[in-house]
Ligand binder design. Structure first.
Ligand SMILES: [Fe+2]
Length: 360
């Protein structure tokens, strides 16, 4: 005999199947059929759909990068399958913290759930989900531990903007006011640097491999501070409270990641890579703007200089936030080797998200 719960499940499945016919039809269908609580906010506005689709794409790209890190430097298990681990790289990462492999694994696992959830939510509302599989064309590292599959992102030629380090330590500047903060690791912000061993040839000499692990340490925080700003920036333009809840619930997990990575990056040993001269300076030798243990967000100017300083996420300006994220990731070198069609798709999703307005 069918229980009430089974009956509801069947009805829900029927409604969701009906959703596939188009967003316009669902709104009415749901209204008539006493929708389940999860859909009580009704159909998505085009603006909410565009913001969620862009976030799904961003999370898919983030996941692809994290998966590569996990295959070589994370814990290998069925929760995040695929790689087999690279002991030398894992050891170099562990210099930053003995739990690095666990943190890399868990950050990767979290990113998988972000895009999977957002896509499932889009599908439940009859909106096209995001799939970037056709762009999985970039080469894998050939170092021991990595799967040999096509990738969306390139971790082998990164230019890492490390100004987030000083941005969160400044008490008088904020990029929302047009300020440009200095780099913590100037060498990483120019040239192209691997953040994973490109092949087993990168596993020696030890200072070269440590420089690669240090680069990863700063890149982890770069990626996650981006999410930390992106979610609150886009949240200002969503319409439905449930979509707002999604952004307000996922976004701060990016911040939890960022805070962890910021702390670990501070443990990257000062060194010079003997193969290419890449320098990681002693961050504790040059004042509070670089000091490693100042990881709590320093209060700074917010909204208007007439207000007292405030400890805040920065930047959070909403105009052009999605395109800003695409530009930052592109400048990072994450998409080196991607096709013009890839950039067209990503830019299209970003422009649509940036065109969204609260109530539209
Ligand atoms: Fe994420």
């Amino acid at each position: 005999m069918e229980t009430t719960e089974q009956h509801l499940d069947t009805r829900r499945a029927f409604l969701l199947k009906g959703a596939a016919v188009g967003a316009g039809a669902i709104g009415a269908g749901r209204l008539l059929a006493d929708p389940p609580a999860a859909s009580a906010s009704g159909g998505l506005t085009p603006g909410d759909a565009a913001i969620l689709q862009f976030l799904a794409a961003a999370e898919i790209l983030e996941t692809d990068a994290w998966q590569q890190y996990n295959e070589l430097g994370g814990i290998q298990d069925s929760e995040v399958p695929g790689g087999s681990g690279n002991p030398a790289y894992t050891d170099a990462l562990s210099v930053l913290d003995s739990d690095m492999a666990q943190y890399i694994h868990d950050n990767t696992d979290d990113e998988f759930t972000h895009f999977t959830f957002i896509n499932a939510y889009l599908k439940a509302h009859g909106v096209e989900t995001v799939n970037l599989d056709k762009f999985r064309t970039l080469p894998s590292s050939t170092a021991t531990g990595a799967q040999q599959i096509g990738r969306l992102t390139n971790l082998m030629r990164l230019t890492v903007d490390t100004s987030w380090w000083t941005r969160y330590r400044s008490d008088s500047q904020n990029p929302d006011f047009g300020d440009t903060l200095p780099q913590a690791i100037p060498d990483l912000a120019t040239g192209q640097h691997p953040a994973i061993p490109r092949s087993n040839a990168d596993l020696t000499p030890s200072k070269h491999l440590q420089a690669i692990a240090n680069t990863a340490g700063f890149h982890f925080a770069f990626i996650e501070q981006g999410g930390t700003s992106l979610y609150p920036s886009l949240a200002q333009r969503v319409t439905h409270t449930e979509v707002l809840r999604i952004l307000l619930s996922i976004g701060p997990t990016e911040t939890m990641h960022f805070q962890t990575w910021q702390d670990k990056a501070g443990n990257a040993p000062p060194l010079t890579d003997p193969t290419n001269g890449l320098v990681f300076p002693d961050l504790n030798a040059d004042g509070e703007l670089l000091q490693t243990n100042l990881i709590m967000p320093e209060p700074t100017i917010f909204l208007d200089r007439k207000f007292p300083v405030c400890s805040i996420i920065r930047p959070t300006h909403t105009e052009g936030a999605a395109m800003g994220a695409v530009k930052a990731l592109t400048a990072n070198g994450l998409f080196i080797g991607q096709s013009p069609e890839f950039f067209a798709v990503l830019t299209g999703l970003a422009r649509a998200a940036d065109a969204a307005r609260h109530g539209s």
